[in-house]
Design a protein around this ligand. Structure first.
Ligand code: DGP
Length: 114
């Protein structure tokens, strides 16, 4: 999608701080980190929200989780613990309409989330 920020990262128009990439997903550091490790994992295929997932894109969340696991291992937080979050639509705080998995760690996380 031409006017999507994260699609511009996938096609190289904007160059984020990439920490992991494979044929299906890209992972890069969040510009506004909320924890010592804060990485966003996105699918290379454009899907606007979780509500837009369908049979054709149903494999993407699994691949995003596998990438999150890899990112956490490489950041050294896999055993301590980390949090994965996907926000959907305004009330959850979604601000970029290309699905993304937040991988947060390196500090204690609180529950319930705000
Ligand atoms: P969300 O609020 O769940 O839609 O998360 C969007 C995240 O995207 C937010 O934590 C900040 C991050 N973000 C927004 N613009 C940029 C950018 O240009 N570069 C990077 N690396 N992250 C961005």
């Amino acid at each position: 999608m031409t006017d999507c920020l994260f699609c511009k990262m996938v096609n190289g128009e904007i160059k984020p701080d990439v920490v992991y990439e494979d044929d299906t997903v890209l992972a890069f550091r969040d510009v506004n980190p909320q924890a010592p490790t804060h990485v966003l994992v996105i699918p290379k295929q454009h899907v606007s929200t979780i509500n837009d997932l369908d049979e054709d894109s149903a494999h993407l969340p699994g691949r995003m989780m596998l990438a999150a696991k890899q990112v956490a291992h490489e950041a050294g937080i896999a055993e301590r613990g980390y949090r994965t979050v996907m926000n959907c639509n305004p009330e959850a705080g979604q601000s970029v309409y290309h699905i993304h998995l937040h991988v947060l760690g390196g500090r204690p996380m609180h529950w319930p989330p705000g």
